[in-house]
Each structure stands twice: as C-alpha cells, then as structure tokens.
Design a protein around this ligand. Structure first.
Ligand SMILES: Cc1ncc(COP(=O)(O)O)c(C=O)c1O
Length: 401
C-alpha cells in the first residue's frame, strides 16, 4: 500500500502548513478542510447570504433549500429514516448539553446514569452536572486491559435504576471501537435511553443508525473535514419526542404571546435562533466530498499509515502505547520523559501533535498519567509526515534523556 495520499492536494490547509514547515498530526482534534468545503463557505457568503426558514425572498429561499439539503445529506450519511431526525447544533458539546437539559424531566432522585471510564469531558460533565442537579447516581463502567468497556462489569452495573447510558463509540485517547451493540442491548433491556458519542467514530467509515439502534448519536462537523461551529444530534423519533425544549428564541416557536408560547417539535424546536447556516451547508459539501472518494482506498491508506506509526513507536525504547488503537491514531508516553517537554521539543521542530489530558482527565488519571502525546492522522497525511515525525521524535528524545 502506497504511503502517498492522492487526496493531499484537495486540502489547502495541509499544503499551507507544509509550506510553513508544519507537519499536521492532530486531526482527531480538528481536521483540515477540503477545497470543496471552503468553496461552499465562500459560495454561501459571496452568492448573497440570507437567513433560513423565515424569508420568502429569493436569497432566503435559496439559503433554506441549501441548508435543508445539507440536513438531508446528513440523514442519508447516517442512514436515518427521516431528515427530521437530524437536529443541527453548534457542536457536539452543545448537543450533549441539549440532551442533558432536554431529558432532565425524565429523572427521579436515585435514578442512575451510566457512562464509561473513557468519556471525553463533553460526554461526562453534562451528565455529572445533571446528576448533581437531580440527585442521580453517575455510574462509571470500567475498562478491560485492552481499553474496551468491560461487558461483564457492564452487565452487573446496568440495572433497573439505569435511566440512561451515554458512551463513546471510539475513544479519542485509546482509539478503539467500543462494544456498542452489546452495551445498547444491555441498556435497552432495562428500558434505558442510549446516547452514543460519535465524535471520533463518525470519521472512520459509515455508521448505520437504524442498524445500531441507539436513541441518540452525536458528532461535530469539524472532525469530519467540515467547518467548526456545527454539531449533529441524530435521534430516534420516539426519543426526540421525550426532549423538553431548552434554548428559546426565534424560529423554534409556533405561536408566541407575552405569557405563553407553543414550540415546534424536532428538529426546528431545538434550533433556536439563527443557525450556523454557512457551516451546515459546508458540512453537506464535506459529506459530498467524502462520498465521492473510494472508501476502501481511504481506509487502506489510513491503515497503512497507522501500521507504520505503530511500528515506528514499537521499535523505540521506553515508549508505552496507551490501549490498542484500531484507527489512525496513537497515544503514548515515554519512560522518564514529561509529555509537555516532549511536546515542546516536537513543536519547536514543526510537528503538530496533541499533548496533555485530551479532555479526558479522569481516564488519564485512572492510567496513572498526567498526560500523553497523541498523534492522529487524516486521509491527507502521508509517509513523509511520519518520517518527519520520527526524525523529530528521535532528536527530542536524545535531548531529553
Ligand atoms: C470523543 C469526543 N467527544 C466529544 C468531543 C467534543 O467535540 P466538540 O469539542 O467539537 O464539541 C470530542 C472532541 O475532541 C471528542 O473527541
């Protein structure tokens, strides 16, 4: 498998960074955008911006058509049965907060919310704070030695008081696919709602919501080669109906009077105010771009890069890989070396990797670590990026040891 990316030239950001001497290896934090996404952003503004769902004039009608067209692309991408199952938010984090507020009335004191030990703060703190507001118990599913949620423990811990399960499809630190179907079955057998954090999983392959069977699935556009400021909340129709409205304002209301109002149901009832119009349209362009690629070639390329990354880390002394990553990322620590020092020296050599707790402080703490370095690859990375990374790593480690 060739380690040259045939798609690299589609990403002006990667080329610009390269020209500046930067090697971008932080796509799990945010991905670079293809030209098609930049064109869609510019096209919306340069062609005459207009608000959606409210104006009957031509620009307004055109913007609404493009915006709703993108919603329908997203629904298709996830194999949702209907486009009304797609709520557009301002990011994955906002979608989790929407859920935690929107479902608050479902809970009685003493009820249980189950998460896992590897959750990103975005899928931990909204539930933690809800638990504190309503006197709920937050149960944390432990991991097994390979970094997967332990199913035996899950079967013990998910019980009749479990009202909601919220787990990640793919850890942003450990990079392994979680046993979602089994977990969803365990939770649904207890009548609990299931929320899946798809922020990392959505980037790797296509995921069929109807087959997965979760109640809610959340992701952010910016990790899927789309613009930032846009999030997606997929919901099953029956689950969406259980949500209480949480943000109030323009276009989410059917009838408003001074003392009372009636609200739209999903999706519009959960999209108060002017939405991120250009961003949503550009997310649609990103999905179009991705749909036009040879998916097997993309995953083959990423797998080949990943194998080279893992092999390079394995032959270097004192490097400890976290978990058993299955997608093109690797988090690691080096014996006797502080991750911040290493990150500093890599940064000085133009290597852009992520260092620190990766917004998963409790996970890092449970591993006995204050932080780790994460290398994460996008479809535009190539073998030379890895060569530059390893050369910089060797130089940094020589200095630090
Ligand atoms: C697993 C996971 N969940 C949730 C998020 C939150 O996404 P955002 O910051 O785009 O809201 C991230 C972002 O890093 C993530 O990796």
């Amino acid at each position: 498998m060739s380690l040259i990316s045939p798609w690299r030239a589609d990403f002006p950001g990667i080329l610009a960074l390269e020209a500046e001497g930067q090697t971008y290896l932080d796509s799990a934090a945010t991905a670079q955008k293809p030209q098609a996404v930049l064109d869609a952003l510019l096209g919306y503004y340069a062609g005459g911006a207009a608000n959606v769902h409210r104006a009957q004039h031509l620009p307004g009608e055109r913007a609404t058509r493009a915006f709703e067209g993108a919603r329908s692309h997203i629904a298709h991408w996830l194999n949702a049965a209907d486009l009304t199952q797609i709520v557009l938010t301002r990011g994955a984090t906002e979608a989790f907060n929407l859920l935690a507020y929107g479902l608050e009335a479902e809970f009685q004191p003493g009820d249980e919310i189950v998460i896992s030990a590897l959750e990103h703060h975005a899928n931990l703190l909204p539930w933690q704070q809800l638990a504190l507001r309503r006197q709920l118990k937050l149960i944390v599913l432990p991991l097994d030695r390979s970094g997967l949620i332990d199913l035996e423990q899950a079967a013990r811990l998910i019980g009749p008081r479990t009202r909601l399960l919220a787990v990640s499809q793919l850890s942003n630190v450990l990079g392994c696919w979680q046993p979602l179907r089994e977990l969803i079955q365990l939770a649904q057998a207890q009548g609990a709602l299931c929320v899946v954090d798809g922020a990392q999983g959505v980037v790797h392959g296509r995921h069929d919501m109807q087959a997965l069977g979760c109640d809610f699935y959340v992701f952010s556009s910016h990790k899927l080669y789309g613009p930032d400021g846009v999030g997606v909340l997929y919901g099953r129709p029956d689950a969406l109906q259980r949500l209480q409205h949480w943000q109030f304002g323009g276009e989410m209301v059917r009838v408003a009077d001074y003392q009372a109002a009636e609200f739209h149901s999903a999706p519009l009832g959960f999209e108060a105010g002017t939405p991120p119009i250009a961003g949503v349209i550009a997310l649609g362009a990103s999905l179009d771009y991705l749909a036009g690629l040879d998916a097997a070639a993309v995953s083959g390329h990423e797998a080949a890069l990943h194998a080279k990354l893992l092999a390079g880390l394995a032959v270097r002394e004192g490097i400890r890989l976290l978990g058993a990553p299955q997608v093109a990322l690797a988090s690691f620590v080096v014996d006797g070396v502080h991750n911040a020092d290493l990150a500093h020296l890599l940064t000085e050599q133009g290597i852009a990797v992520r260092a620190g707790h990766h917004c998963a402080m409790p996970l890092l703490k449970s591993l006995g670590l204050a932080g780790a370095i994460r290398v994460s690859l996008g479809l535009y990375n190539d073998g030379e990026d890895l060569q530059r990374f390893f050369a910089a790593l060797d130089q940094a480690l020589e200095l630090l040891r």
